[in-house]
Design a protein around this ligand. Structure first.
Ligand SMILES: Nc1nc2c(ncn2[C@@H]2O[C@H](COP(=O)(O)OP(=O)(O)OP(=O)(O)O)[C@@H](O)[C@H]2O)c(=O)[nH]1
Ligand SMILES: [Mg+2]
Length: 303
């Protein structure tokens, strides 16, 4: 299945919600002022955020459409331009095989899709002929280690683990040590979900980073926050909170298939300007896609 088909399927709820909303707004003639007001309310309810919605509405106002000119088509044109100008700069592909070892540390609040995303990522990396090792540094639950093991065995990926309850930083250390010694291309560390207001858990995360740096001072090359699109504007707070304690490199937005409000990707990209490396559009191993602004925008605005 090609990328565009896959992402269109994944964004089906969002695009259907968006097109039926626009259909309702433009289905009968009304003054431009009313249309603008309805568009504003609708975009905000689609999780496009107040500030970004205002920007788009102002763009429309500046074009001075009168009621006969303000059509769905010219609205979509302006929205598309706006979306591309926000999303193009955050496109970033980091999953190509590189000569030097890349250590990727995953983080995020509970249940956003970190472990599943690592599983899917392993397949992409394996297909690029990369040598990959994964560290099961979520030692909090036995099930978390088993879950990661299952994903790794599917793609014959090496995994480093320890018993439940052991120090996650020690697992991360062992994984990177092995990766370095055996010339791996990627070392990916899974971590337990954590809320920013649990100081001990945030300290534990910082310890993982400190310990990794003992082996390679430039590692982790990437700290990726995994965000669940179904949590809406909450995802923005999560970026804010993790960014307070470490320097996030970028993000992966999951569960876009599970929401009609995929519009949340826009304020996320607009506010933080952090790269979006990939998006999750389902639970299966092929349901992770490198982020492509053009494909995303086309799938989003599909009639
Ligand atoms: N529909 C859908 N479900 C997803 C996606 N990504 C992950 N999930 C599901 O989300 C649930 C949680 O995924 P996990 O990978 O366990 O999340 P996690 O962040 O590792 O969770 P913790 O380790 O407990 O913090 C699972 O049921 C996954 O199948 C996605 O892109 N789409
Ligand atoms: Mg997990």
């Amino acid at each position: 299945m090609d990328f565009l088909k896959k992402i269109s399927g994944g964004l089906k709820k969002t695009s259907e919600n968006f097109s039926s909303g626009l259909e309702n707004i433009f289905n009968k003639s009304k003054p431009a002022q009313n249309i603008l007001q309805e568009l504003e309310d609708f975009m905000i309810s689609s999780d496009i955020s107040v500030s970004l919605t205002e920007k788009i509405i102002n763009n429309l106002k500046n074009k001075k459409f009168d009621s006969s000119e303000l059509t769905k088509l010219n609205f979509l044109q302006i929205l598309k331009e706006e979306m591309l100008s926000i999303l193009k700069p955050v496109e970033s592909n980091i999953f190509e095989k590189t000569k030097s070892l890349q250590t990727i540390l995953m983080c995020g609040v509970n249940g956003t899709g970190k472990t599943t995303t690592i599983g899917k990522l392993c397949k992409i990396l394996k297909n690029n002929d990369s040598k990959v090792i994964v560290g099961a540094a979520d030692t909090f639950r036995a099930a978390a280690i088993e879950q990661l093991e299952k994903w790794c065995s599917k793609n014959s990926i090496d995994i480093e683990k320890s018993e439940t309850g052991s120090d996650p930083a020690a697992v991360a250390f062992k994984t990177l040590e092995k990766a370095k010694k055996n010339n791996y291309n990627f070392c990916i560390i899974d971590t337990a979900g954590r809320l920013h207001n649990k100081k001990d858990l945030m300290d534990e995360f910082l310890k993982i980073i400190r310990v990794i740096k003992k082996i390679d001072e430039n590692a982790p090359q990437k700290i990726i926050i995994v965000l669940d699109a179904t949590t809406g504007q909450n995802a923005l707070n999560q970026i804010e909170e993790f960014n307070k304690i470490c320097e996030l490199s970028g993000m992966i937005v999951t569960k876009l298939d599970g929401t009609a409000k995929g519009g949340v990707v826009l304020p996320i990209a607009d506010k933080y300007k952090l790269p979006i490396y990939a998006i999750g559009v389902g639970e299966k191993e092929d349901d992770l896609q490198p982020f492509d602004a053009e494909n995303f925008t086309n799938a989003f605005l599909k009639k």
